[in-house]
Design a binder for this molecule. Structure first.
Ligand code: SF4
Ligand code: SF4
Length: 290
């Protein structure tokens, strides 16, 4: 099972707009996440090396080097002097997320998101409601902790426990420590707290959330006057606090928080088409409108 077939949050949209329109963005995200993971796995599994490396650092056809800026920053804190291809690879990724939304990484790239979405789907299916309150600022504390640990140890500290890297290693080796971490994340999201990992604890999401504050691509509550207060968007959203100012405020209908993953879940779930993908255009808008 890799995600929802019919989840509770989409029930109203499903009845009104049909399966495809209520799952469009979910389908696109899964396609993106599985394709990217598949590209990394083609080499180790089938000997087809289009992409070498992992989500931390990779090269495409030995031509383009890409690097996760969070890894690069940890390296710098650890005292590493990065080579130019690594720095430019990190700059390319940073620029991409400055356009697409930093946490588009979480919704569209990270394979662990498939695991946490599945836990969320199971919670809805089974009616599990236990939701131990976690402070979403915890991830910023963990982020600062990883930088401190990198400075202290001279290593890229988060990589020792990073579920994203461990998942990839586990898929290559078949067994290992990685599966335990992935299982722990899954059980945490299922039994302890709603969206515990991605929305409260993961420092990778916190890092990309900081980048995403200035991003151009945004979800907009363009038709907010049509809202019926059904709550479906808040139910499905991994970061529901981001919706309130755009949907209920008097200012811009754009969702401007860096925490928004641009996942399109609210677009899928809303039965009256309040949301759409849009862009912020500061060079065309002024003051409160933006
Ligand atoms: S506001 Fe919409 S696009 Fe943003 S994280 Fe929530 S569901 Fe996803
Ligand atoms: S925007 Fe309003 S109508 Fe649409 S899902 Fe959210 S609460 Fe329901």
């Amino acid at each position: 099972m890799i995600g929802p077939l019919i989840s509770g949050s989409r029930r109203l949209s499903l009845g009104k707009r049909g399966w495809l329109r209520s799952h469009k963005w979910w389908l696109l995200r899964r396609f993106s996440q599985i394709t990217l993971l598949g590209l990394f796995m083609l080499g180790p599994w089938a000997g087809i090396w289009i992409v070498r490396g992992n989500f931390a650092a990779s090269d495409i056809a030995r031509l383009v080097v890409l690097a996760d800026p969070y890894i690069v920053v940890q390296g710098i804190f650890g005292g590493a002097i990065h080579a130019w291809p690594v720095l430019s690879g990190a700059a390319v990724i940073t620029l991409a997320y400055l356009v697409l939304g930093g946490r588009a990484y979480c919704g569209w790239v990270c394979p662990v998101n498939i695991v946490t979405d599945t836990a969320f789907w199971l919670r809805e299916k089974t009616g599990l409601t236990r939701d131990r309150k976690l402070d979403r600022r915890s991830r910023l504390v963990i982020l600062a902790g990883t930088l401190f640990a990198s400075a202290l140890t001279g290593a890229v500290a988060w990589e020792f426990v990073n579920p994203v890297s461990l998942l990839q290693r586990a898929l290559i080796s078949g067994i290992g420590f990685g599966w335990s971490i992935i299982l722990a994340v899954f059980l945490l999201d299922l039994f302890v707290s709603r969206r515990a990992w991605c929305s409260h604890l993961c420092p990778v999401g916190a890092f990309y959330g900081l980048i995403g504050r200035g991003a151009l691509v945004r979800v907009s509550a363009t038709r907010r006057s049509a809202c019926t207060d059904c709550g479906a968007c808040f139910n499905i959203c991994p970061e529901p606090h981001v919706i309130v100012p755009a949907l209920k405020g008097q200012g811009s209908p754009l969702i401007l928080s860096g925490d928004c993953q641009n996942c399109g879940g609210c677009i899928d779930a809303c039965p009256v088409d309040v949301f759409q993908i849009s862009t912020r255009r500061p060079w065309l808008q002024t003051g409160a409108a933006e």
